[in-house]
Design a protein around this ligand. Structure first.
Ligand code: NAP
Length: 292
């Protein structure tokens, strides 16, 4: 089953379902998972500098018989590189680790640090043809609006946490109304609250011969949200792509809406303690290096 495409606001197309590789830290396991995902029919891969597996992703891409132009490769700049100068080097380092001449999509991973300076570096790389589209991740609606108003290239995507427990309806509506594509990370909330056995989702799925996971991915598809589920199991890779032969009705959508807990299943990106922890390991280290 080949996934469908969405058109981004700069005119390029990306697959509606991609393959995420967060927490596949073992290089061999990551290379195998990406190889199997490409064989299963995925064309989009979502990695990041912070996942420390771009090299393994790059090896799997190189080994694959898929044409480069048929693939859609996303990576992300980590907060340690969130400044103009550092971002320029960060983009080149991602390309180098992946062994690619260009990236299809590059995101600011977090809304912290000198995001405007970093965005200027992304804009330059975009104009130079090193990146086909640029976007952000974990930006709240006000942060997104601020970026739009202070820079010249509009982000194509905001990649944010969305799952049945954190549905983000208002944010999704706003981002979409700005002409920016919403992309969901942790669509399964990484399995929290026994999501794959949730009664509501399982019962809905039974009506269509589908699993709870497939119901979630279809629910996101019907909300026009791009999604990048992660799995290291081949059968699950195939199942997560097999969502185009059924349609959730209004009642199904309304039932799923009742599962919303309206808060992140991990941490709030607006929480100063969380921001401090994210900065702690990277930015402060760089500041010390810069002072030397
Ligand atoms: P996720 O996709 O919500 O959940 C992954 C978990 O679900 C894994 O434990 C996986 O187990 C299991 N799983 C997957 N498909 C399944 C199925 N069909 N049946 C049963 N279990 C299944 O979590 P995620 O990896 O955090 O999010 C997806 C991607 O989003 C990441 O890989 C990453 O690319 C991106 N992401 C971005 C950010 C950001 O800040 N921008 C943050 C987090 C994630 P197995 O592997 O054992 O099958």
């Amino acid at each position: 089953m080949v996934e469908q495409q969405v058109k981004l606001n700069n005119g390029i197309e990306m697959p509606e379902i991609g393959f995420g590789v967060f927490q596949i830290v073992d290089a061999k396991q990551c290379e195998t998972a990406v190889t199997q995902a490409l064989q299963a029919g995925y064309r989009a891969i979502d990695t990041a500098t912070a996942y420390q597996n771009e090299t393994a992703v790059g090896r799997a891409i190189k080994k694959s018989d898929r044409k480069r132009e048929d693939l859609f490769i996303t990576s992300k700049l980590w907060v340690a590189d969130a400044s103009y100068q550092r971002a320029k080097a960060g983009i080149d380092a991602s390309l180098d680790r992946l062994g690619l001449d260009y990236l299809d999509l590059y995101l600011l991973h977090q809304p912290y640090g000198d995001v405007i300076g970093a965005w200027r570096a992304l804009e330059e790389a975009y104009r130079a043809g090193k990146i086909r589209a640029i976007g952000v991740s974990n930006f709240s609606t006000d942060q997104l609006k601020n970026l739009e108003l202070t820079t010249t290239v509009k982000p194509v995507i905001d990649q944010i946490e969305i799952n049945p427990w954190y549905q983000q309806s208002e944010a999704v509506q706003f981002i979409q109304s700005e002409g920016i594509q919403v992309e969901a990370w942790a669509p399964f909330a990484e399995g929290k609250h026994n999501v794959f056995n949730n009664r509501t989702l399982v019962k809905i799925g039974e009506r269509y011969g589908k699993s709870a996971g497939q119901v979630i991915l279809r629910w996101l598809y019907q909300r026009q949200i791009v999604v990048i589920p992660k799995t290291v199991h081949q059968a699950r890779m195939a199942a997560n792509l097999d969502i185009y032969d059924f349609v959730l009705d209004k009642q199904d959508m309304a039932q799923i809406a009742t599962l919303d807990q309206r808060h992140s299943q991990f941490f709030s990106h607006r929480d100063p303690v969380a921001i401090d922890q994210i900065f702690g390991t990277s930015i402060r280290k760089n500041r010390t290096e810069l002072k030397r």
